[in-house]
Design a protein around this ligand. Structure first.
Ligand SMILES: Nc1ncnc2c1ncn2[C@@H]1O[C@H](COP(=O)(O)OP(=O)(O)OP(=O)(O)O)[C@@H](O)[C@H]1O
Length: 514
């Protein structure tokens, strides 16, 4: 049987950077194949090559044994492979049906909406996707949106679907349903290339895994034959590391944290529709986790702390001084550093250099009387590049040219540039590879150990493990608090609304209401 896709000896250069250096990849029909590698390994570049978005400098790509379409023939490429990105490619203001048939409305003459909708319903049913064709795309949840994108790709004839971090915005139930759907489609012969930094998902879903490192192919093996430690070793090029390396990240501070005056406090902080009044006290040296699934209110609290959202009521203070709520400049001035979740929207000026982005908040410290000295900016940025291990050709490189994970490190560099007294990080390791993840969380830990208070807002267990204390939110309320030493099961259960000790099947919100 021919491979669903076979790439051989693919080379892709961007100026002086070699993003792919003669790599191979073979995905068989019906296979779920994981492609993993550290940030900057070349994964996204390969996706661009496999979807006809980038023309390789050398090498060949075949689909089902036939040569790939000519570069630029978009409709021919669409019939071969499609990538479902973290960011939606569908048009928010159009309906599901319109999105499905965008650019290929059936027949000529005026569009017959009723017929279009009926066809869309048929198509969705064919792939077992339970979405109403008349619904606007913007009203869909992440999960439904991904199903629509997959159905759309399959309807063009593509038999290779690439999923780029598809679980990043799904909760546990959503991940389960996505995986079930993928397995169903695998049985119909659809092949998946799964790109993820979540290695446990690779083990759960995939048959085969390929590792790239520094633009090169390192290994391809059945997942069952590659233990996690060896997989990580292949990714990093270092000896196998033991599981739970991040355990070393737990607080090292001398004086007991409980005896210090809190640096960050909130009193009665509330935002209707997002979260109920919450009193927080985070001491110097402490990392507080705000855990919760999507829409639990944890992100909204984080965004309120950094001034992105104005609360309905309540107070925030840093070091005893009141902070004006709802103002980002005031939060910054008060010493609150912010690592946002969405680096594209909130984090970076993509067309500026690494150095400029890293120093955006400290321009006042880089030269006399409102001037910015380029040499000082570069020097400052170089320090950040070294300490956070940012993979870049230098401080002058535009951040658009960095891989996703390395862009996230620039965001963190910027938050740290002002020596914040309080660091608030929202899902700080989204899209970051295993090793950088430990490095980034290690930075948060060090900032706290250096006397600052840190708040990590996340539903990622690895992020939360670094915390000294974790508050769990569900439907806007704090439903549980854990010190260190919680088990994955109890924390996940609390995030899903099951209060520890309350007995199975009892949702926290419901017990309190009844
Ligand atoms: N448009 C571009 N211009 C310049 N360099 C680029 C461009 N796109 C990618 N690169 C470089 O190519 C290399 C591979 O990047 P790529 O985005 O493929 O990595 P990745 O494995 O997808 O990483 P991540 O996990 O962080 O998304 C990186 O060094 C990156 O800086």
């Amino acid at each position: 049987m021919h491979a669903a896709v076979r790439a051989e000896g693919v080379v892709k250069r961007f100026g002086p950077t070699t993003a792919l250096d003669g790599v191979d990849l073979t995905v068989r029909p019906g296979e779920a194949h994981a492609l993993v590698g550290r940030n900057g390994a070349g994964k996204s570049t390969l996706v661009s090559v496999l979807t006809g978005m980038a023309r390789p400098d050398a090498g060949s790509v075949t689909f089902g044994g036939e040569p790939a379409p000519p570069y630029g023939d978009t409709s021919a490429w669409r019939a071969k492979a499609a990538c479902v990105y973290q960011k939606s490619m569908i048009v928010p203001d159009l309906t599901v049906a319109e999105n499905l048939y965008l650019g290929r409305f059936p027949g000529t003459g005026p569009i017959r909406w009723r017929e279009l909708r009926a066809r869309a319903r048929e198509l969705l049913a064919e792939y077992g996707v339970d979405v109403e064709p008349g619904e606007r795309a913007k009203d869909l949840g992440v999960e439904q949106r991904q199903f629509v994108e997959i159905a759309r790709a399959l309807s063009f004839g593509a038999r290779l679907i690439i999923l780029d971090e598809p679980t990043a915005r799904l909760d546990a139930g959503g991940i389960e349903r996505l995986f079930a759907k993928l397995r169903e489609l695998q049985e119909q012969g659809v092949a998946f290339l799964f790109i993820s930094h979540h290695l446990q998902e690779v083990y759960e879903l995939c048959d085969t895994v390929t590792v790239y490192r520094d633009a090169r192919h390192i290994v391809t093996a059945p997942v069952a034959e590659l233990p996690k430690a060896e997989l990580v070793a292949a990714m990093t090029g270092e000896g196998a590391v033991a599981d739970g390396a991040s355990a070393a990240l737990v607080s090292q501070a001398g004086e007991p944290v409980e005896e210090r005056e809190p640096v960050l406090r909130t009193e009665g902080l509330a935002l209707a529709g997002a979260y109920e009044p919450v009193d927080l006290a985070v001491r110097p040296g402490e990392v507080l986790g705000l855990a919760g699934a999507a829409a639990s209110g944890n992100t909204a609290i984080g965004e309120t702390l950094v001034g992105m959202r104005a609360p309905d009521g309540g107070r925030i203070s840093v070091g005893g001084r009141a902070v004006r709520t709802g103002s980002v400049p005031d939060a910054l001035e008060a010493g609150i550093g912010y690592v946002p979740e969405d680096r594209h929207r909130q984090g970076l000026v993509l067309t500026r250099s690494v150095a400029e982005n890293a120093t955006l908040t400290v321009a006042d410290q880089l030269g006399p009387y409102g001037t910015v000295l380029p040499s000082r900016t570069r020097e400052f940025a170089q320090g950040m590049i070294d300490s956070l291990d940012i993979k870049t050709s230098g401080p002058g490189q535009e951040v658009t040219g960095l891989s996703g994970g390395n862009q996230q490190k620039v965001v963190i560099a910027r938050a740290l540039a002002r020596d914040p007294g309080v660091l608030v990080a929202i899902r700080p390791t989204a899209g970051v590879d295993v090793k950088s993840k430990d490095a980034l969380l290690g930075v948060v830990r060090r900032v706290a150990d250096g006397g600052a208070a840190a708040v990590i807002v996340s539903d990622e267990l690895d992020d939360l493990r670094v915390c000294d204390r974790v508050l769990v939110l569900f439907h806007g309320r704090t439903v549980a608090e854990f010190g260190s030493g919680w088990s994955d099961r109890e924390l996940v259960a609390a995030m899903e609304g099951f209060v520890p000790g309350a007995g199975d099947g009892v949702a926290a919100g419901k017990t309190e209401e009844s």
